[in-house]
Each structure stands twice: as structure tokens, then as C-alpha cells.
Design a protein. Structure first.
Length: 82
């Protein structure tokens, strides 16, 4: 998508920039580029399996510690960000 905006005769630069910005927003070009900029790539199957397995191991370890009494039941699990 291309937006073509020409400066009108006698138009101030500020009003031209405002009009250009408005046209860009209406065309959806800005929104499209923002979506692309923050889009995360999907995980590969091997990476997905590895993370799932590590979560499973961690969960089983927590359950075992709860069973033997080393971990309190009311303690909330902490989430790690990767």
C-alpha cells in the first residue's frame, strides 16, 4: 500500500504532516507494520518438545517435593520468563 500526499499551495508544514499522518493511519499501513514488528515466530517442533519436556520435569519435581513435605502446599509456583 502506498499513500501519496502532496503539499497544497500555501499549506504549512505542520498541517501537511498532520494530514499525511492521518492518511497513513486510515490506510492501515502503520498498523500493518506494527503487527509485523512485534510478531513472534512460531517455535519449531523440536524446541516446543524440549520446553514441554522441561516443564513436565519441573512439575514432577515440585509434586515430589510436596509429597515428601519439603515444599509447602500453599506456596504459589513462580513463573520464569524465557
Amino acid at each position: 500500500m502506498s499513500v501519496e500526499v502532496k503539499r497544497k499551495k500555501g499549506e504549512t508544514f505542520e498541517s501537511f504532516v498532520r494530514r499525511f499522518s492521518r492518511r497513513m493511519m486510515q490506510s492501515g499501513t502503520v498498523l500493518e507494520f506494527k503487527k509485523k514488528a512485534y510478531k513472534r515466530r512460531p517455535l519449531s517442533k523440536s524446541r516446543l518438545k524440549a520446553t514441554t519436556l522441561s516443564h513436565k520435569v519441573y512439575r514432577e519435581k515440585r509434586e515430589y517435593l510436596k509429597k515428601i513435605g519439603r515444599l509447602k502446599e500453599e506456596q504459589a509456583p513462580t513463573r520464569r520468563k524465557f
